[in-house]
Ligand binder design. Structure first.
Ligand code: TPU
Length: 558
């Protein structure tokens, strides 16, 4: 059988380890979908819409390292681009693949359906360039292998999404077979001179310091340096704190773990540790308005040793040309012991007294019961909203993972992302916490959890409004139409699925619902938790006030 452009793409995706790709059909990608189906090492997984398809791929990349989403031109791809922007912000290599106009129609003056009704078909590629690290348009078979390889290689190297569009008549055109995948996976070479200099400067700073604290940031996962951070912590013996978007990226049962550094909403004691340190070893951090609590918690100055994925800055000098992993390995070999900050301090512990079974369900009781469910095998997705703050205060057993989308912060992300994550790690227990407002954006993807029989447990927090927005800036726009969220499961089952919808209005009802959810292995369970609108974490209110203050700074006078 002749080899085709679509088969080349499929083989490359399978070679980089993908077992699934996500898709929504449309007439510009149907032949491409047929070609992808020919590859028996990958399964095609369908989504309800392209936004969700992009987020499903984003979630799969969180579990599996990379992902692909296949959509149709414009009406599909432009929806998916929002999720691709999210993958960019969150450092996840998702390949967005769009079918595109017949190669004969480019430059022909023809007006095509699903387009702007103008005759230039380059606009989607232009748009994609802004939200990806590499973007290519394939309108001939001869250049397809080079373009496909360029896009996949760049996405994997940069840990960012990339884009391919393939003319609908070219995906079945003949092209050569791919060679070994090793060329796409090869790491850039290390500059030993620069690495040595970075290590000397860092060791000099560490040797002089008494109080050393590690602060682990969210890019540590994309940098593939989590294990090296643990080894360095073992060697230094110092206190280790994490940033909010890095929750779960450092073992919480490590002896040095001292909780979350998040300015005034830090774990007890963590703010003092970071702010009184002589050296703060910042590993792959992202300092934005949210993580600095409205620009108030941003370690700066000489005491900061900033180790980013591709750059180290310390003692007024900046070094590049090596991976963070290699820098951390080098540092671990020679770092001094610096236990002062770990001595006399302790890991934070969420202690909430269990409520009586007939007591009205509270936010605290809900957080307590969810925390008690977490095992080393759990992946907990926490949606934008108070779910973030609940996840942040939980104690994680070593191995438990937390997924948040704090840089992009698209409400509704958690439903499709958890669907994709569960598809990419079926061996793990998937739990999701999502607010009612967020859920209304992407609820229909629960139907795919029913279709693919994924036993995700969804805690749907019904507090009848956008409580996080109420905390930041209130107004009539923060109050939403109530739904029967648990009742939706019957709609999605449509008489043939195994989803379960349950209501929890008391502590006892939540306990019983969790037992039923844990016993349901053939589909998702929504537990609709009814809370008072004003019942939220204290940290949300404090943080919300700070972020609101940062948002409302007056324009500077000129
Ligand atoms: O816990 P809670 O009640 O805050 O969660 P819920 O009900 O999910 O409300 C979230 C409210 C919210 C909005 C409306 N958080 N951020 N936003 C702004 C926003 C609007 N549209 C998108 C796509 N993303 C956003 N973050």
């Amino acid at each position: 059988m002749a080899y085709t452009v679509g088969m080349y793409l499929a083989e490359r995706l399978a070679q980089i380890g993908l077992k699934h790709h996500f898709a929504v059909a449309g007439d510009y990608n149907l032949v491409l979908l047929d070609q992808l189906l020919l590859n028996k090492d990958m399964e095609q997984i369908y989504c309800c819409n392209e936004l969700n398809c992009g987020f499903s791929a984003e979630g799969y990349a969180r579990a599996h390292g990379a992902a692909a989403a296949v959509v149709t031109f414009s009406v599909g791809a432009i929806s998916a681009m929002n999720a691709i922007g999210g993958a960019y912000a969150e450092n996840l290599p998702v390949i967005l693949i769009s079918g595109s106009p017949n190669s004969n129609d480019y430059g022909s003056g023809h007006i095509l359906h699903h387009t702007l009704g103008t005759t230039d078909y380059g606009y989607q590629l232009e748009m994609a360039r802004h939200v990806t690290c590499a973007a290519e348009s394939i309108t001939d078979a001869a250049s397809a292998p080079a373009k496909i390889d360029h896009v996949i290689r760049t996405a994997l190297r940069e840990r960012k999404p990339a884009y391919l569009e393939i003319a609908c008549n070219v995906s079945s055109a003949e092209c050569p077979r791919p060679g070994p995948v090793s060329s796409l996976l090869a790491e850039p070479a290390t500059d030993p001179v620069s690495l040595k200099a970075a290590l000397e400067a860092s060791l000099s700073a560490l040797n002089k310091a008494e109080r050393v604290v590690m602060l682990v940031g969210s890019k540590i996962r994309a940098a593939d340096a989590q294990a090296q951070a643990v080894e360095l912590a073992d060697r230094l013996g110092c206190a280790v704190t994490i940033m909010s978007a890095a929750k779960g990226f450092f073992l919480e049962d490590h002896p040095g773990f001292r909780g979350l550094y998040w300015g005034e909403v830090s774990s007890p004691g963590a703010q003092e540790l970071v702010e009184n340190a002589d050296v703060v070893l910042c590993l792959a951090p992202v300092f934005n308005d949210y993580s600095t609590v409205g620009w108030n918690a941003w370690p700066k100055g000489d005491k900061v040793l900033l180790a980013e994925p591709n750059r180290v800055t310390v003692g007024g000098q900046s070094f590049e040309g090596f991976a963070l992993r290699d820098f951390l390995k080098g540092l671990t070999d020679r770092a001094p012991s610096k236990p002062a900050t770990a001595q006399g301090t302790h890991a934070p512990k969420l202690e909430i007294k269990p409520a009586a079974r007939d007591a009205r369900l509270t936010n605290d009781e809900m957080a307590r019961q969810i925390n008690a469910m977490l095992t080393p095998n759990t992946t907990l997705a926490a949606e934008t909203g108070d779910s973030w703050f609940n996840a942040m205060r939980m104690n994680l057993p070593g191995g438990a993972r937390v997924e948040v989308e704090m840089q992009w912060g698209h409400i509704g992300w958690s439903v499709p992302s958890t669907f994709g994550n569960a598809m990419g790690s079926k061996d793990r227990q998937h739990i999701m916490m999502v607010g009612d407002g967020s859920f209304q954006l992407t609820a229909q993807e629960v139907a795919q959890m029913v279709r693919y029989e994924l036993p995700v447990i969804i805690f749907l927090v019904n507090n009848k409004g956008y409580v996080i927005e109420i905390a930041i800036h209130d107004g009539p726009y923060n109050y939403i139409k109530n739904w029967d969220y648990a009742g939706l499961m019957e709609v999605f089952n449509a008489g043939e699925g195994h989803g379960i919808g349950l209501h929890a209005k008391t502590a006892g009802e939540l306990e019983d619902a969790i037992k039923k959810a844990q016993a349901n292995k053939r589909g998702p369970t929504i537990i609709e938790c009814s809370l008072e609108r004003t019942d939220c974490t204290e940290t949300l209110i404090k943080w919300g006030k700070r972020v609101a203050a940062a948002n409302s700074r007056k324009p500077q006078a000129v």
